[in-house]
Design a binder for this molecule. Sequence first.
Ligand code: ZN
Length: 299
Amino acid sequence: MSVRTWKKIITLVVVLTIISLIAGLVVSKIRYNNLAEEFDDALSNEFIVDLSQYGNLDETELEHLFDYLGNLDTNETLEYQSKYSDLYVENDFEWEDHSDEKICYLTFDDGPDSDNTARILDVLKEYNVKATFFVIYKDYKSERELYKRIVDEGHTIGVHTASHNYNKIYGSVDAYLSDFERISEQIEKTTGVKPEIFRFPGGSINAYNAAIYRELIAEMVRRGYTYYDWNVSSGDAAASYVSKADIVDNVLNKNKKLSKKIVLMHDGKGHGTTADALPEIIEGLQKQGYKLEALTKEV
Ligand code: ZN
C-alpha cells in the first residue's frame, strides 16, 4: 500500500476513536445526570427521606449529595462498579402521586426471629394485611423457613444487610456490597425471589456512613435497587423494653397528618411487645382510614 493510503487509514482510525470516546462520555454523562434528577425527586419525596428522622442530616448534607451526583466524574472507573456482577435489578421505577389515598406500609427490621416473626406473620394473616420485612442473614432451618413464609404469604422481603455490623458494612462501599451480596444470595436461594428493595441499618444517612453515603447511595441506585427509610418510628427499639401501649401510641399518633406512612418496627429477638401491639396497630390504622400495603420498588 502507498504511504497516502496508510495515512488515510490512520486518520480514519484516529477520527473514529475520538468519535467513540466522545459518544461514550456523552452517554455516561446523560446517565449520571438522570441519576441526579431521579435523586432529586426521590429525596424530595416524603417516603424516602424524612429529615426529622436524622439528627445529623440537614439541608447542607442533602445539597452535598445532590452536588456529588451532579458532578460525578464519569471518566473515573470505580473498582467496586465492576465487582458483584449479579447485584443488578431491572428498574424502570417512577414516582406516582397518590396524594388522595391514605396508605400505610408496616415494615419490620432485624428478623427473622423464630418466635416474633412467626407471631407477626400469624397476626398479618389473621387480618389479611401485607407488610414488608427487611431481613438479616440467618442460617438455622427454622429461620430460613421464615424467609420462605414471608414470601409465600404475599409479603415483601427486602435486604437489611447480612451482618448488621455498622463498623463493618459502612467501612467502604466495597464492604457494603460484599455484605449485601451474601444476604441477597441467601434470600434468593431460600425463597426463589431476588430482593429488589432494601433498608440501610440506621437509615440511609447516619453517623456511621457519613464518609461513604454519597458513593454508596449512588452505586445502589445505579444497580437498580430502591431503598426505603421511614417517616414514623414505633419506638420499639428505643430501649431494651418498650411497652405494647407505647408502641401502639407511637404508631397511631406520630405524624398523624401524613397520607403516606412508612412505619419502622422490629421483629428481631426481644421484640415480643411489637408482636403484642400489632393487632391494635392494624385496627387503629384502618380506623384512621389507612390502607395497609407491602412496599415494592414500584410504590
Ligand atoms: Zn436494623
